[in-house]
Design a protein around this ligand. Structure first.
Ligand code: DX5
Ligand code: ZN
Length: 224
């Protein structure tokens, strides 16, 4: 069943526990946590200490998206802080097989993300190792950007490979997702849909009803 993953990047950070409770009241059981380092992407967000605080107020699965150069340096810090999955970018990992192995050794689900310009062929040798493949549907670094429609073809192609090779990885999409496109993503084979702005609105002046947004987006994604 397709899942909506509220992206905490779009929440009001001064009210994180409340915002998480609101998203969970709408049925969310997986939360997406964006880590940006100001090098791999032109923005800075949150690190392990904030994740550790979040871990204390929720039992939801914490899906951690590492938009950082040299993610290997931080894997154990995020594991200790309570991450359930760690997603690294293909573009940052010259030794991707080793990095994915290190994540699994920490007992976490191992994911790999692809920027819009990175072909899926770069993952052909690790698709039987990964638990998650994240197809970026915007160029990473910021919430609130427009969905890039041609990324749906990458999800469709990965879905076809998954079926053909009998593999079990989950397909995730991230960036610009909302009521206008979650059904298309689900139809393309996407299992996990990251929704930031469409759940929380824009930060402090955000959506007053994140629970309703998660409910409605889940309904749209599951109607496919
Ligand atoms: C973008 C991040 C996303 C972001 C999505 O680089 O990886 O997870 O929170 O935000 P929206 O849903 O607003 O595009
Ligand atoms: Zn993300």
């Amino acid at each position: 069943m397709p899942e909506i993953l509220p992206s905490l990047l779009a929440s009001d950070f001064a009210r994180l526990a409340d915002q998480i409770a609101q998203a969970e009241a709408g049925g969310a059981t997986v939360l997406h946590y964006d880590v940006m380092d100001g090098h791999f992407v032109p923005n800075i967000s949150m690190g392990p200490p904030v994740l550790a605080s979040i871990r204390k107020v929720t039992r939801s699965f914490l899906d951690v998206h590492l938009m950082v150069t040299a993610p290997d340096l931080y894997l154990s810090a995020f594991a200790d802080a309570g991450a359930n999955s760690l997603i690294v970018h293909q573009e940052t990992c010259p030794h991707l097989d080793r990095t994915l192995g290190a994540i699994k050794k920490l007992g976490l689900k191992a994911g790999v993300a692809l920027n819009p310009a990175t072909p899926i062929s770069t993952l052909s040798e690790v698709l039987d190792v990964v638990d998650l493949v994240l197809v970026m549907s915007v160029n990473p670094g910021f919430g609130g950007q427009a969905f890039i429609p041609r990324t749906l073809a990458k999800t469709r192609a990965l879905q076809a490979i998954r079926a053909e090779r009998g593999l079990g990885f989950l397909l995730e999409m991230d960036g610009g997702l909302g009521a206008a496109n979650v059904a298309d993503c689900a139809a393309a084979g996407c299992d996990w849909m990251v929704c930031g702005t469409s759940v929380f609105g824009a930060g402090v002046s955000g959506n007053p009803d994140p629970a309703g947004a998660v409910r409605e987006l889940s309904r749209l994604a599951r109607a496919v």
